[in-house]
Write a protein that binds this ligand. Structure first.
Ligand SMILES: O=C(O)CCC(=O)C(=O)O
Length: 271
């Protein structure tokens, strides 16, 4: 359970470090299960399992063709261990606090694995604009490190306060050394300071971020793996409002305007 000062910090910054919520044995189990799914050896399959760096050359960054970021979407559908993780009682209760809701559903989850030396960057972005089938933009994600995530192996970076600036996704870019850039700063609200800080998370620790917070993670040139599981959670009032495509679209079986519910969007917390 988060205290008042943690809730105030999240409100101010749009992100927050939580506790270490998984012990070494639990992390080891998730790492094993990840290997099984990532190599295609699980019986059930996730929604996506691919190298998201492939074919993507950020115009403003030096990238080599061999860079790799393994992205797996909805590993919970392929692995009961990951479903249990997505239902973690401490995480789900804290998400309910941060979303100010009494019901929490899984929108979808996401592994990002940056392998040693060749791990590619995840460009600066906001989550909600990349999810154009749900409204409103008040989701919160729980990002749990499966290896210590530090500057050297490509931890996430965050821009404090950016969750209050609206949708700037199409203007976001980065410098060659991965500083966030707004392509038309005149559109930013008065007083907005675009300054990123590292969001280092220990193995088994949870970090929370709002779905409008600017974030990204650079290359992994270290000899350490950088594995993590992010679960993107919806408060009980999130509606299906299709405006463009998304990997989860074919799993929706409600009508536009309805609460996004159903077996593929399970309730993991309710008060
Ligand atoms: O794992 C990363 O580096 C990026 C993850 C991310 O963008 C997210 O969880 O919203």
């Amino acid at each position: 359970m988060l205290n008042a000062s943690q809730l105030a910090e999240f409100e101010l910054n749009g992100f927050l470090k939580g506790d270490v919520v998984l012990g070494d044995d639990e992390v080891a189990r998730l790492q094993e299960e990840l290997e099984l799914v990532m190599t295609g050896n699980s019986v059930k399959k996730p929604v996506l399992n691919h190298n998201m760096a492939e074919g993507k050359l950020y115009d403003d960054m030096k990238m080599t063709v061999n860079e790799k970021v393994v992205q797996i979407v909805n590993i919970w559908m392929a692995s009961d261990v990951y479903f249990q993780h997505a239902s973690h009682p401490v995480i789900c209760e804290e998400i309910a606090q941060l979303c100010k809701t009494d019901t929490v559903r899984i929108w979808h989850d996401q592994i990002q694995y940056k392998p040693p030396l060749s791990g590619g960057p995840t460009g600066w972005h906001q989550d909600h604009p990349l999810w154009p089938i749900i409204q409103p933009a008040d989701l919160v994600s729980a990002w749990v490190a499966l290896d210590d995530a530090v500057i050297e192996n490509g931890c996430m970076w965050m821009v404090p306060g950016s969750h209050k600036w609206g949708n700037h996704q199409k203007y976001l870019g980065q410098t060659a050394d991965f500083k966030p850039v707004h392509k038309d700063p005149s559109l930013l609200p008065e007083g907005a300071v675009v300054e990123a800080i590292p969001f280092e998370i220990k193995k088994g620790q949870v970090g929370y971020h709002h779905s409008l917070t600017w974030h990204g993670s650079p290359h992994n040139r270290s000899d350490m793996k950088r594995r993590a599981i992010a679960v993107h959670y919806m408060p009980g009032h999130t509606r299906y409002e299709p405006a463009a495509g998304h990997a989860m679209l074919s799993y929706v079986d409600v009508n536009p305007g309805d609460i996004l519910s159903g077996v593929h969007f399970p309730v993991v917390y309710s008060k």
